[in-house]
Design a protein around this ligand. Structure first.
Ligand code: PLP
Length: 294
């Protein structure tokens, strides 16, 4: 588990332990990949890319004892998630509505792809004009500030290279609470959509997402995960823009998870301890200079 999430999301860790898992904060000294990162930065808070490197190495060196399964980023994961969008199309039909805007948070791309791809199909084949908006953190802006290039999906370079919008595989993001959105790259199908202008991307700051999350909780009685709150923030922005323009706008967003195991993040927000992070351009430039040459 990424070290900063291990610290920020103790109850997620406890759930895994309750089901019998041993949970190790990454970077760890249990793999060559982890040790190489710790040698360079003993205080590394970790990243999804580093955790993937360690998991791939652990599986590859276990003589078949462990298998590694990626939960996002790969196109087949997004395809499985499209059950969300397919179901939503039917639910919208039952409601007698069709969305003008579909939005959700975007980390590796699976929940966004899941809800947006069936609506993209309708745009491409049935003349619909739904705007599809992926929402990423300003602290980890892969689409809005990354480069479209071949890069490794993991930090150490154990996996294959993939063409994607990337902040560089050794990018280590700021410790914002939406841990699931701190990935340096993005699913290649989402990147191709963005490159072809078939979707939009927006980067939002952490405090706006928590304001949106609390407004949503008070209106709907559901506490959203900090990741999901990114989609909510943009749904609210779209609703306010429609109100200002005097438009009727049907806005659909995907609630990718509840926040019951993220209450320490809400605690920090209510105590006024959360801050916004803007990722420095020099850091992005440095990480991009290490892209594989193809
Ligand atoms: C609640 C939640 N939403 C969204 C994400 C982002 O992943 P993806 O972009 O693959 O949907 C995560 C990742 O861990 C998550 O935990």
């Amino acid at each position: 588990m990424v070290k900063i999430s291990y610290q920020q999301k103790p109850y997620r860790r406890a759930i895994m332990q309750a089901f019998g898992a041993d949970v190790t904060p990454s970077p760890s000294d249990k793999t060559q990949a982890g040790r190489s990162i710790l040698e360079r930065d003993p205080n590394s808070t970790g990243s999804l890319g580093i955790a993937i490197s360690e998991a791939v190495e652990a599986a590859a060196t276990s003589a078949g004892k462990y298998k590694y399964s990626l939960g996002s980023v790969l196109n087949h994961v997004l395809m499985h998630q499209t059950v969300i969008g397919e179901e939503t199309l039917r639910q919208m039909a039952l409601a007698g509505e069709y969305p003008d805007v579909v939005t959700s948070c975007i980390g590796g791309g699976s929940n966004f792809g899941g809800i947006a791809l069936p609506f993209l199909r309708e745009n491409l084949t049935a003349g619909k004009k739904t705007r599809l908006i992926g929402v990423e953190p300003a602290a980890c802006p892969s689409l809005t500030r990354g480069t479209y290039a071949y890069d490794y999906g993991d930090s150490v370079g154990l996996g294959p290279i993939v063409k994607m919008y990337t902040l560089g595989h050794d990018f280590v993001p700021a410790p914002l609470h939406a841990g699931g959105l701190r990935y340096h790259g993005m699913a290649s199908i989402v990147c191709e959509m963005y490159d072809q202008g078939l979707m939009e991307a927006v980067a939002v700051h952490q405090l706006e997402t928590f304001q949106a999350a609390v407004a949503f909780a008070r209106a709907e009685g559901i506490i959203p995960a900090p990741e999901a709150a990114h989609g909510i923030a943009v749904a609210i922005r779209e609703a306010l823009a429609a109100k200002e323009a005097g438009d009727k706008r049907v806005i659909l967003f995907n609630l990718s998870g509840h926040g019951h195991f993220d209450m320490s993040a809400y605690d920090a927000y209510f105590a006024g301890q959360l801050e916004d992070y803007e990722y420095p351009q020099e850091e992005i430039d440095r990480a991009l200079s290490a892209l594989p040459q193809v």
